[in-house]
Design a protein around this ligand. Sequence first.
Ligand code: ADP
Ligand code: MG
Length: 675
Amino acid sequence: MELQNLKGVGEATAKKLAILGVTSLSDLLQFYPRRYDDYSVITKIAALKPGAVSIEATIKQITGRYVRRGMHITEAVVSDETGSARLVWFNQPYRANATKVNQPYFISGTFEISRGRPVITNPAMERASDFPVNAARIIPIYRETKGLKSSTIRKIMAAMKASIEAMPENLPESVIASNKLIPRSSAVSAMHFPASLDDLEEARRRLGFEEVFGLSLASVLNKREAAQEKTHIIPFDDVLAKNFVQALPFTLTDAQRSVSWKILQDMQNDMPMNRMVEGDVGSGKTVVAALAAVMAIKHGYQVALMAPTELLARQHAETIYKLLTPVDMQDQVALLTGSTKPKDRTALYNAIASGKSKFIVGTHALITDKVDMHNLGLVIVDEQHRFGVEQRKALQKKAGGRMPHVLSMTATPIPRTLALTLYGELDISIIAQKPSNRLPIITEIISPNSRAQLYAKIDTELDSGRQMFVVCPLISESETVKALSAEKVYEQLSTKHFKNRKVGLLHGKMKPDEKESIMNSFARGELDILVSTTVIEVGVDVPNATVMMVEGAERFGLAQMHQLRGRVGRGEHQGYCYLIMSDSKEPSRRLRALESSTDGFKLSELDLEIRGPGAIYGQSQSGQLDLRVAKLTDVHLIESARNAAVAFVDGGEALANYPALAAHVAQYRSITNLN
Ligand code: ADP
Ligand code: MG
């Protein structure tokens, strides 16, 4: 049914609803209030106390008048059997005519004593009835848009009451019973017409449970399906492991050791590994992945390493080349990206097909590339958290029908609740420790008028041979967004304060080889300062860079800034991160959090709290996830829904018996790249 044909909606209102993202009947029913004002308790007039109140009273008298141009006052006297009270409305000239004297009304508003006289100002008022809409109840406050007020939405909902109460159940009876949930119709009904705050709590629990249950089912089913697969066993070769580890220029941390051990064990199993390694920036994930890779190569398998950008793919290829040299596998490394020239590409394809190259480094596009990887034993994915069903199938096809072992690596710590819900199909290992030579990065929020002092400090660093990153929110000046651009900052720094330094510019619109040459000169120490956009966000590794200056810091997300900060302090030198604000306002909670903590886990929990779940998935995915009620910080809810999902799958009942739920689950199962 079209929304505009609903009672009380019409074409104009339907358009307004669309602005709020409500385009179907089901959207409308699930358009839950933002918050509630509790006006449910009706008080006798004689007992009124200052504050939010509701009364049921008869209008004795009501009159309106202009006290001056543009200022209209309506005054009324109302009474119940205990006494009378005065009501005042400003600029509501229609009030007096729309009100019937000697009739009972519900009146809700703020009661106060003004100049010794009790009064309720601008109250909501409607004829007393069994189903109050805008007064004398727990009043839902909806998200509004210009021309569509909460009060109108309440009326639309009131007209929908029967449809809401007839909504079908979508959860299995057993799940409802064992988790003591209320029926779906009662829950949705209570969201729009709560009889009590307890009701509302129950409704939220039920609807939040439903959301998390769906997500958890998806991850449980994905995991069970993956466990059916058989793959290559990659035995552990202790001589090789020893040689590899002994040749490293550092000793592995205990955390790196134990995670490596887990991975090597996974690969000795014929069930495909699906493990995610979480480790804060700089915790040393690459070497862990490389150790797994040499094991696979040793036994004749191909390894694919996929990075989110070409820049990172190149860097990885170089790092891997160095790491593999002592075990004499460096010639097996091949870099294949979108900008590989056709001639080189053919040669690469041949080298890979003949087994000469076994370690293929590229972007996520490797999956769809024509390269022959039928003997693929291990896939390493950098900075993509999870493959959806479709991607897993593509990977399997690429590997000649066998699901390879998959290792993903991420520097974005995932709060435990989220890990359970969304990543339940993954085994997760955490590198909770950084190499011991690292000093915690010193972070400071800088207001724009302290630039001079800041530049002096930076000069000291640069004088002692260190390097600096400067990250800007935009590539070039924009008319619509007032923020510093990389081009502008580059121009300023290289012609003014830092004119005697070597300054480079890097941004996403440059050609890949241009980017590469700039990045390389920075890495070789030929540039002192690199001005860029967030292209350097993930993974870039230049241990001699110690200063990260973030321009327009308030424009970046918390997780993103934490990533940026991770670009410095990667060697033995002290790292500094300066968050430059574009004005001298109070710093936001985000910036202050960053200043006070370098713990990625703590920051991600905080990010979740500040921005809500949407923060984690990025814009495009938050809609897909459809979490309207569940709070991902509600550990109890999430654990119980997760357990219920496991129990349901173990129970063996077909999901297809619940078509609405099945449709949701299918959608969740294919969601990918949640970062
Ligand atoms: P990330 O986890 O952010 O991907 P990298 O793997 O890029 O981190 O490692 C960051 C830097 O730390 C690299 O220069 C790497 O060589 C170095 N590194 C890795 N492990 C250790 C270790 N155990 N001790 C000292 N340095 C290490
Ligand atoms: Mg990395």
